[in-house]
Design a protein around this ligand. Structure first.
Ligand SMILES: *[C@@H]1O[C@H](CO)[C@@H](O)[C@H](O)[C@H]1NC(C)=O
Ligand SMILES: *[C@@H]1O[C@H](CO)[C@@H](O)[C@H](O)[C@H]1NC(C)=O
Ligand SMILES: *[C@@H]1O[C@H](CO)[C@@H](O)[C@H](O)[C@H]1NC(C)=O
Ligand SMILES: *[C@@H]1O[C@H](CO)[C@@H](O)[C@H](O)[C@H]1NC(C)=O
Length: 364
């Protein structure tokens, strides 16, 4: 009797064990994925042995119910104990094998900050219906954003910052109706921002700085209710600042510096809740609207290197807080207002104008 129980126990344990390990086809796809990469310093792939890729394979986790691979999370710079122990950041070369597209239950692909990974974003990732996070920041990935990226209906995070991605922003990207975080900073992306960008209803951060993006700022962006951070700096954007940007519900950071933006500053933008405003190095002109007041709270307001004329608005001295103000390199003239928000500002905030005077510059 005891023996029978023993055998049954062994059988049950074996069945549970097999049921809990990753499918052989998924293990094979991971082995192929690993084969295309080279990581000689930390040895993160040394843990990728044995049949069960769901247990103790560094950076791999599986769905507990189905045992399908759900997440690939490989970061070359993190608080990860593995990297901390090694006292170094990661450095990996090779490319991202299209084999990962065989892992059809993937919810996140994070292959970040390895500095040396080249090749393209595998086009087939757009066929991963459960993908929520695609984060490839900090590599040397080139090629274009897959044209049909808009198929990834569940995608919430798309981050390819600090790579060498070129080409245009595909129009289908505006179909990512769940996208919350878009980070394309520091690539070689050119062409316009899709005019239907406003369809990205869930977007809260749109970071496109450091590319070759041209054309005007689409007015449809003002319709993105949740947008808190819009960074279009260091591009080739031209045209005027849409006044409706100042009417957005939660927009707190607006960086348009280093572009070729013309026209005047809309009064709405200065009287809004935007507290972090950089319009430096454009071709803005006209006077700075006199629309500040006790509700004005700026951690940064940088209007330097433009063509502004006239005086510094008197109402600016009524602002409740101004952390950093830069009005240098314009054509401003007249007395610098006195008042609490100005007390800590240095001459560098006001230099290279036509005829500003008063503290902290020379007396009038
Ligand atoms: C990464 O490794 C390559 C090859 O050894 C080396 O040339 C490169 O300088 C390393 N990069 C960093 C950022 O450590
Ligand atoms: C966006 O999705 C709609 C509906 O699925 C589709 O008809 C349209 O072609 C897509 N747009 C682009 C640019 O892919
Ligand atoms: C504003 O943008 C300019 C140009 O990109 C940059 O040099 C400057 O540091 C930014 N200002 C602040 C306060 O960050
Ligand atoms: C900026 O725009 C103006 C007017 O559209 C144009 O004449 C000028 O060449 C542009 N400058 C740059 C650097 O693109």
């Amino acid at each position: 009797m005891k023996d029978v129980f023993g055998i049954i126990l062994v059988l049950v344990v074996t069945v549970i064990h097999t049921a809990n390990s990753c499918p052989p086809s998924e293990r094979a796809a991971l082995v192929e994925f690993k084969a295309a990469l080279h990581e000689p310093y930390l040895g993160i792939f040394k843990s990728w042995t044995g049949t069960d890729c769901c247990h103790n394979w560094y950076g791999i986790s599986c769905d507990p119910e189905s045992n399908r691979v759900a997440d690939i999370n490989l970061r070359g710079e993190s608080e990860d104990p593995f990297l901390e122990r090694a006292h170094r950041t990661g450095n990996m070369t090779g490319f991202i094998s299209p084999e990962i597209c065989k892992l059809t239950r993937l919810s996140s692909i994070i292959i970040a900050d390895w500095k040396g990974i080249t090749g393209e974003i595998p086009k087939c990732v757009t066929r991963l219906p459960f993908l929520r996070i695609l984060d490839l920041i900090g590599n040397k990935i080139s090629g274009e954003i897959p044209a049909d990226i808009g198929r990834l209906k569940r995608l919430t995070v798309f981050n390819v910052a600090d790579n060498q991605i070129s080409g245009r922003i595909p129009p289908s990207l505006t179909n990512l109706s769940n996208l919350m975080h878009l980070d394309l900073r520091n690539n070689k992306i050119w062409g316009p921002i899709p005019s239907k960008a406003g369809e990205l209803r869930m977007l809260s951060r749109a970071l496109l700085s450091g590319n070759l993006i041209s054309g005007p700022i689409p007015v449809s962006i003002c319709g993105i209710y949740r947008l808190a951070d819009l960074d279009l700096s260091i591009n080739k954007i031209w045209g005027a600042i849409p006044p409706c940007l100042g009417k957005m519900a939660v927009l707190a950071t607006l960086n348009l510096d280093c572009n070729n933006i013309t026209g005047t500053i809309p009064t709405t933008v200065l009287s809004s809740d935007i507290g972090n405003l950089n319009l430096s190095r454009n071709a803005l002109e006209g006077t700075i609207p006199d629309v500040f007041g006790p509700r004005s709270y700026f951690t940064v307001i940088d209007l330097s290197h433009n063509k502004f004329t006239g005086p510094i608005p008197r109402s600016l001295s009524a602002a409740s807080y101004i952390g950093h103000l830069d009005l240098s390199y314009n054509h401003l003239c007249g007395r610098i207002p006195a008042g609490a928000p100005f007390d800590h500002l240095e001459a560098s905030s006001f230099v290279y104008n036509d005829c500003l005077c008063g503290k902290p510059l020379r007396a009038c």
